[in-house]
Design a binder for this molecule. Structure first.
Ligand code: AMP
Ligand code: MG
Length: 345
């Protein structure tokens, strides 16, 4: 009898402590938006307000540091300095930038040279991010294409310097900096003991942990058709990056042709592979950023091969005729919402 009461009371004490713990579990989502890296950033976390605000502010500080190092337009950034000194001299850069540049050089090879951080002269020529982009003349494109050979970027790890040997070549880290910034923001959130949340920098997303009820996050995939803004599918994930690159994100239209912001180095023109949207699911948002750009250029077949070759990386590809291709490891996680889009494989 005594024993039973003892057990019972222990059970109740345990139950009481557990319910206190559950009571402490924050259910409120704290969200802060800020304009960073040319886009409206959104960081949302589940945590007590003070802790959440501090962690989010520190994450934005880190994103700001990355922007100040890697922007092409901020005077004094590493990229700005290297571009200013192209053809003249080597410049000392921050170890963070060095790290991203070395990764980019690796990706240049793994992506069959479709991902190229030396495309600055072509990107500047098209100027799609500006208020008045234009279609360049063929000769202008041919000329700029002579100055995109990443072999002309000399990197000295020991000295911490880079030197663009071609005076007309320009670096542009726009295809990797945002993904890297998301990974770094997540690192800062984790350092500050945040267990659950989302970092979203203009579609470059990482979902940390699970929702407070333990269920996975559901990340929506936008309808890539221009003018549409409904989700066409959702992917259930936790502790993953889900990043979508599409030709509908930044573009201009001239004489019924859509010119978007991802440039195929081979043609010197916006990628025209038949794909209009590529979603990559991966542990690293930086990897996802690069791979999404590259797959959009490579097209369905080579793109899927590239995804299947990378351990831990999955993808969802959408063609201009509303066909969806999903990599082998992702099929069970995808839920189609708009049935005019069909999974083909
Ligand atoms: P995102 O905004 O993540 O889709 O990345 C597109 C950005 O990457 C563009 O705005 C350019 O700055 C850059 N970019 C465009 N084409 C390429 C390419 N083929 N390789 C590397 N970076 C690129
Ligand atoms: Mg990208």
């Amino acid at each position: 009898m005594h024993k039973t009461i003892n057990r019972l009371s222990r059970f109740f004490i345990l139950f009481f402590i557990l319910s206190l713990l559950v009571g402490c579990t924050p259910t409120e989502l704290i969200k802060k938006q800020q304009f960073v890296l040319g886009t409206l950033g959104d960081i949302s976390v589940y945590a007590p307000e003070k802790k959440a605000n501090k962690a989010i502010d520190l994450a934005y500080d880190r994103i700001g540091e990355i922007e100040n190092l890697m922007s092409t337009s901020i005077r004094g950034s590493d990229v700005y300095k290297a571009n200013q000194e192209a053809g003249k001299t080597a410049v000392k850069i921050n170890p963070t930038t060095m790290n991203v540049i070395l990764k980019s050089i690796d990706y240049y090879e793994t992506t069959k040279r479709t991902f190229n951080i030396g495309l600055g002269s072509l990107i500047e020529l098209w100027d799609i991010m500006s208020d008045n982009p234009r279609v360049p003349a063929d000769q202008e494109i041919e000329r700029a294409k002579q100055h995109i050979d990443l072999g002309k970027l000399e990197v000295s790890k020991e000295d911490g310097t880079i030197f663009i040997k071609d005076p007309e070549m320009l670096l542009d880290l726009g295809g990797i900096a945002k993904g890297y910034a998301v990974d770094e923001a997540i690192r800062v959130l984790k350092e500050n003991k945040i267990k659950s949340g989302i970092v979203n920098l203009g579609g470059d997303i990482y979902v940390l942990g699970t929702k407070p009820d333990g269920s996975p996050w559901k990340v929506g995939i936008n309808n890539p058709e221009i003018g549409a803004n409904n989700p066409i599918a959702s992917i259930a994930v936790s502790d993953k990056s889900v990043l979508t690159s599409g030709n509908y994100e930044r573009f201009f239209i001239e004489e019924d042709t859509v010119y978007h912001h991802i440039i195929d180095p081979e043609t010197g023109r916006p990628a025209d592979s038949g794909l209009i949207s590529v979603t990559i699911v991966s542990d690293s948002c930086m990897d996802a950023d690069v791979l999404a750009t590259s797959v959009l250029i490579l097209g369905v077949e080579e793109g899927l091969d590239l995804i299947e070759d990378q351990a831990g990386v999955e993808g969802l590809l959408i063609t201009e005729d509303k066909q969806i291709y999903v990599s082998s490891g992702l099929r069970d996680e995808v839920n189609i919402i708009d049935n005019s889009f069909k999974i083909l494989n």
